[in-house]
Design a protein around this ligand. Structure first.
Ligand code: GDP
Ligand code: MG
Length: 298
C-alpha cells in the first residue's frame, strides 16, 4: 500500500479488509519534539502487553526541519522495549508521498486493525496540519508536554487543545513539573470536552511515576469513545481523508497524462494564466472526467 499509495490496488485492498476493522483502540501520542514521546511509548507498551493486548506502534515523521532524524531516534528510544516484547513498529515519512501521509497512516492503521492488533499507537511530532489530520484518526488523543520547555501554552494554543483527550506532563522527575501540570490544568478549567473531563497526568519514564495511571486513563477513554457521537466523528474524518486523497490522486494523474491539464499547467508556469483560474480549470477538467466515467475512477 505504501509503495503505490494512489493505486486502485491499494484502495481495493483497504476496501476488502474494511469489514474486519473497527476493533482496535487507536491511541494518538503527540507533542513537541524532545518531550519524551518515544521513550514514553517504550515504557507503556509493556504495561499494555501485561494486560494481554497485542500492540503496534506507528511513528510518523512529517519531515519538518525540526524532526530530522527523528525516525532513527524514535526507533532507538523504543528499541529495548520493542525487541523484548516483539512489538510491531512501522515508521512513515512524507518522503515521496505527495502529501499522502495522512492517507498512508489511515491505511496502515486499517491494515493493523484488520490484522488483530488491539492497541495501535500513532506517534507524531505535534506540529503542522498533517499532524492534526493524523491525530483525527485516533480514538484517544494524548498530548505529551514536559516542564521547562515553555512550549506548554504554545502547544495547547496550536490546535492541540481541541483534539486532546488526555494530557501528560512527562519528565515529572524534573524541576517545574508541578507548575507545568498546574498551568495545563488552569487552561483546561475553561474548557470541557462534552462529558469527558480531560485528565492531566504527571509521568516519568525515569521513576515510572504516572505510567500506570496514563494507561488507565487511555483505557477509560476507550470505553468512553464508543458513544455514537465520537465514533461518528472518527468515521467522518476517515471519509474526508479518503476523499481528499482520491482527489489528490486524480490531480497527480491528470498532471501526468491529461493533455488539457498539462496545457493549463504550462500556461500558469509561463505566466500567461493566473493560478486561480488555472486551478478552477483543472478542477473542471477533473470533474468532467469523473462525470464521464460515472462508476470507475479516472
Ligand atoms: N528526565 C527525563 N528525561 C526523559 C524522560 N522521558 C524521556 N526523557 C529523555 O528525553 C529525551 C527525548 O526523548 P524522546 O523520547 O526521543 O522524545 P520525543 O522527541 O518526544 O519522542 C531523551 O533523551 C530521553 O531519554 C523522563 O521522564 N524524564
Ligand atoms: Mg519521538
Amino acid at each position: 500500500m505504501e509503495n503505490d499509495l494512489y493505486s486502485d490496488r491499494a484502495l481495493d485492498l483497504l476496501k476488502g479488509i474494511y469489514p474486519s476493522t473497527g476493533h482496535a483502540h487507536v491511541v494518538g501520542i503527540t507533542g513537541p519534539p524532545g518531550v519524551g514521546k518515544s521513550t514514553l511509548i517504550g515504557s507503556i507498551v509493556p504495561l499494555l502487553m501485561e494486560e494481554g493486548k497485542k500492540v503496534a506502534v506507528i511513528a510518523i515523521d512529517a519531515s519538518s526541519p525540526f524532526s530530522k532524524g527523528s525516525i532513527l531516534g524514535n526507533r532507538i528510544r523504543m528499541q529495548e522495549s520493542l525487541t523484548k516484547h516483539s512489538v510491531y513498529m512501522r515508521s512513515l515519512s512524507t518522503r515521496g508521498l505527495n502529501g499522502g501521509l495522512s492517507f498512508s497512516a489511515l491505511g496502515t492503521v486499517k491494515i493493523l486493525d484488520a490484522a488483530g492488533y488491539d492497541t495501535i499507537i500513532l506517534e507524531t511530532v505535534g506540529a503542522g496540519q498533517s499532524d492534526l489530520d493524523i491525530m483525527r484518526l485516533a480514538g484517544t488523543v494524548t498530548v505529551i508536554l514536559a516542564p521547562g520547555l515553555g512550549d506548554e501554552i504554545q502547544a495547547i494554543k496550536a490546535g492541540l487543545m481541541e483534539i486532546a483527550h488526555i494530557f501528560a506532563v512527562n519528565k515529572s522527575d524534573r524541576d517545574g513539573a508541578f507548575q507545568a501540570i498546574k498551568d495545563v490544568q488552569d487552561i483546561l478549567m475553561t474548557s470541557m470536552q462534552g462529558d469527558w473531563k480531560i485528565p492531566v497526568v504527571g509521568t516519568s519514564t525515569v521513576t515510572g511515576e504516572g505510567l500506570r495511571e496514563l494507561v488507565a486513563q487511555m483505557e477509560r477513554h476507550a470505553s468512553f469513545v464508543p458513544s455514537v457521537k465520537d465514533r461518528g466523528s472518527v468515521l467522518k474524518n476517515e471519509l474526508s481523508l479518503i476523499v481528499e486523497s482520491e482527489l489528490m490522486k486524480m490531480f497527480y494523474r491528470s498532471m501526468e497524462n491529461d493533455r488539457g491539464v498539462t496545457d493549463i499547467v504550462g500556461e500558469v508556469s509561463d505566466g500567461s494564466m493566473d493560478p486561480f483560474t488555472g486551478s478552477r480549470r483543472i478542477i473542471s477538467a477533473i470533474s468532467e472526467k469523473i462525470n464521464s466515467s460515472a462508476t470507475t475512477l479516472p
